[in-house]
Design a protein around this ligand. Structure first.
Ligand SMILES: Nc1ncnc2c1ncn2[C@@H]1O[C@H](COP(=O)(O)OP(=O)(O)O)[C@@H](O)[C@H]1O
Ligand SMILES: O=P(O)(O)OC[C@H](O)CO
Length: 494
């Protein structure tokens, strides 16, 4: 058996990707599913859509490549994180739609908890902030809405899971209720130092611990798929949240190594080794991966709008038809104008955490047009990354003179990656394999199955496609970044 199937259950689509014995992609299938916005700031997914698109894409990639299930040694799962599902053990019926990570419905409750002084405990135990982003308050909301659900959960009739857990449960026909440490640590219910669910926080949020999944290693035994799904049972041997899987796929295994993934949002993670670094700058402390019971930690900066700003140029302003048009426009933009776009469309994430802020454009003149806006949009991604790296530099004892490894759809933009290197004043490395999230999940599973190399061998297999070197004077860099900081301060103060 020489193949590994990675399942990437993301925010807007599910994908199944087959890797061969050399960890090369041999086939891929992708399906989008509907997003539900029942109220302002609310975002939901129908759990049956998550499951049906996962099952369909797995079957499609097997059919398309004609690689029989007999030749698939293992499955690795990676997933949108924090998104919360509660379902009945007996029937599999969800109690509510999945509440998605972007959903802000518990903002008021989070504010109350902060005012009551609970954020310190939450941060000390979980490494997170008291924010609606994480699963804990979403789970509490579902329980609050459904009378009698806490009693049912205590009797073992209801189950909670992040998306990985729900998919594992469906793949195994209800035999396994488990997650891995990278997903557990995003729930706001998990003690990242002890490596177990926190009784204190579950008590605080009134969450019955009976409904929580078992937490396992990221490369571990998550059971067998039902035989009728793919023609034979396939072992699930790897699980990691998508940003941690990308960290693994980028082989950021040494303290100080970091990656930044540019999809809809941007998530930068820096490996901090086997002790969690506590941020003084409102970054998150998170588990990067857990192998053989040993946790490796990371500092994480989460930006909610990266590629989404390009989508806004396309769908909102309608000044482009394709994302790739932004590059020639940025090249044509008038260098004499300094238009700055702060894309706080859904508030600002790290390191500001300003949920109420909204976007703003500065420096417009009569001559400002689509080209200047396109350049400002691409630059906003570089500026936001610099904000994260400044915070990481202030927090971490590691040598930060290092390189930033990039991936995700927007990393295809050479212009954006060059500006990123210019504004952070450090090299930016783009790997040959752009599907680093799926690769990370595949490697965890394939390594556990014994067909892929160990950690050292995998790190050596990472290949550079292109390095971007800084090409901006220190003065220009300082000037440009100062202007950005002023623009952010003005945006927050409105
Ligand atoms: N050539 C490009 N230039 C600028 N942005 C791009 C380019 N190609 C893709 N993008 C942006 O990247 C995002 C898609 O990346 P992807 O990794 O597929 O995201 P996700 O997994 O979050 O859906 C989109 O928001 C798109 O606007
Ligand atoms: O599904 P993605 O790629 O947008 O990633 C979502 C993140 O995991 C949210 O924390």
């Amino acid at each position: 058996m020489s193949h590994v199937m990675a399942i990437d259950q993301g925010t807007t689509s599910s994908r199944a990707i087959l890797f061969n014995k050399d960890m090369r992609i041999v086939g891929m299938a992708q399906e989008e599913f509907p997003q539900h916005y029942p109220a302002s700031g609310w975002v939901e997914h129908d759990p049956s859509d998550l499951w049906s698109t996962v099952a369909a894409t797995c079957r499609a990639v097997i059919e398309r490549t004609e690689i029989p299930a007999d030749d698939i040694a293992a499955i690795g799962i990676t997933n949108q994180r924090e998104t919360t599902v509660v379902w009945e053990k007996a029937t599999g019926k969800p109690l509510h739609n999945a509440i998605v990570w972007q959903d802000r419905r518990t903002a008021d409750y989070c504010a109350e908890m902060r005012e009551a002084g609970h954020e310190e405990t939450i941060t000390a135990k979980t490494g997170l902030l008291m924010d609606p982003y994480f699963s804990g308050t979403k789970l509490k909301w579902i329980l609050d809405q459904n009378e009698g659900s806490r009693e049912r959960a205590k009797r073992g009739e209801l189950m909670f899971g992040t998306v990985d857990t729900y998919i594992i449960w469906r793949l195994t026909g209800g035999a396994v209720h488990a997650t891995d440490a990278t997903n557990a640590c995003r729930t706001m219910l998990y003690d990242i130092e002890k490596g177990s669910w926190s009784t204190t926080i579950c008590d605080l949020l009134d969450i019955p611990m009976e409904m929580l999944p078992e937490v396992r290693n990221s490369a571990g035994d998550f059971g067998m798929t039902r035989a009728d799904l793919f023609g034979r049972e396939i072992p699930i041997l790897g699980v990691a949240g998508d940003q941690q899987a990308a960290t693994v796929g980028q082989a950021c295994f040494q303290p100080g190594m970091m990656k930044s993934t540019y999809g809809t949002g941007c998530f930068a993670l820096m490996n901090t080794g086997d002790t969690p670094v506590r941020s003084q700058n409102r970054l998150l402390t998170t588990v990067a991966y857990q192998l053989d019971g040993k946790r490796t930690y990371a500092l994480e900066g989460s930006i909610f709008i990266a590629g989404a700003v390009v989508q806004w140029l396309r769908d909102g302003l309608k000044i482009i038809r394709e994302a790739s048009e932004t590059q020639p426009m940025a090249e044509r933009a008038d260098v004499g104008q300094q238009v700055i776009l702060v894309p706080a469309f859904t508030g600002l994430g790290a390191p500001y955490w300003e949920p109420e802020s909204r976007g703003a454009i500065f420096g417009l003149t009569r001559n400002s047009g689509p080209n200047e806006l396109a350049r400002a949009a691409l630059q906003s991604v570089g500026f936001q990354t610099r904000d994260l790296l400044e915070a990481m530099r202030a927090d971490s004892p590691s040598d930060m003179g290092g390189v930033l490894r990039v991936d995700g759809g927007m990393s295809a933009s050479d212009w954006t990656m060059q500006f990123l290197s210019d504004i952070i004043g450090a090299p930016v490395d783009r790997p040959e394999v752009k599907e680093t999230t799926a690769l990370g999940a595949a490697w965890l599973a394939g390594m556990k199955a014994g067909i892929y190399p160990d950690q050292k061998g995998f790190a050596e297999s990472w290949k550079l496609e292109r390095r971007f070197e800084p090409d901006m004077t220190d003065d220009d860099r300082r000037h440009a970044y100062d202007a950005w900081k002023k623009a952010v301060a003005a945006t927050i103060s409105v």
